[in-house]
Ligand binder design. Sequence first.
Ligand code: UT7
Length: 335
Amino acid sequence: MYNSRISGLGMYVPENIVSNDDLSKIMDTSNEWIVERTGIKERRHIKKGDGNSTAKMGVKAAKIAIERSGINKDEIDLIIFATLSPDYYFPGGGVLVQEQLQIKTCPAMDIRNQCSGFIYSIATADQFIKSGMYKNILVIGSENHSGGLDFSTRGRAVSVIFGDGAGAAIISREEDPEKGILSSHLYSEGKFAEELTLIGPNTNRWVNKIIKSNDPDDVSYYPYMNGQLVFKNAVVRFTEVIMEGLNKNGLSPEQIDMLIPHQANLRISQFVQKKFGLSDDKVYNNIQKYGNTTAGSIPIALTEAWQDGKIKSGDLIVLAAFGSGFTWGSTIIRW
Ligand code: UT7
């Protein structure tokens, strides 16, 4: 049996910076409220005409990851694309990335696990490599949130939080069993499906029905989040699933060199940091700059941490996420 490791990382965020003050001009919110409750200072939004889309941002991140991994794009055996904001309802973003990268016929699949999308994708890639089926897998997490948010005061509890961006990783075969992805731990709890969701349009109520209903209170085409419930579940599940990953590998929290939590809320990351007694240099946060980029958040943060020289060979890296579904998970990596 083989192991797998991350052999290349890349990220891309749109150039357009949207500050909290910019949002305060279009809805009833404030820099103070957003910073105090979430830690976010600014986020990136795709600008009309800048040539970006969920798939296109993913391609930009992927090209960097491919180059850094030292492989040729034609050596990619599988593309896994995680997003909740795809370019098309179908087909998924994976095939769009494949076409834009001009890779001929390798399989491409999409993972629909929102904030946990990257963890689910990396776990999937790891299994394909451990089984010996594939050698190099391109994993992308990318989101174009700004295209589908309610930027009126009605939507402020959600729209101030989310930003656009993409991260990518090449997962490659590793011969050393002590190195690379040690384990992943995945969970979901569908009874909370409607606590963080975008319900419509869907196959029961297609676009024309929503439009015909002409109901001004029908905002089912915007995301809804029961923020406090999500927060309460997040802090518990993050803690549990990180501990499970450590226990599985006979490790303890003091051995963590870098924790990269999904960037949902700085307060959640700080809660988890405190719970495990980690110093500031052992937790990477960049939500201040990018907001919550859902499936993009972990690969963007991982790429930045690596670029900043905060991840070295032999380090114990812990990734963890929680989000819509509810879904959550962790991945333990010996770099
Ligand atoms: O990545 C997916 C996972 N997502 C998460 O993990 C998010 C978890 N939840 C959270 O991060 C927090 O619940 C939020 C940041 C979303 C909200 O913070 P909160 O402290 O839970 O605020 P709240 O929803 O309880 O709202 C408090 C007040 C309300 O006003 P009243 O009813 O007290 O008068 C809201 O209407 O804040 C108001 N409010 C705002 N005020 C200014 C909500 N959004 C805003 C806003 N600006 N943007």
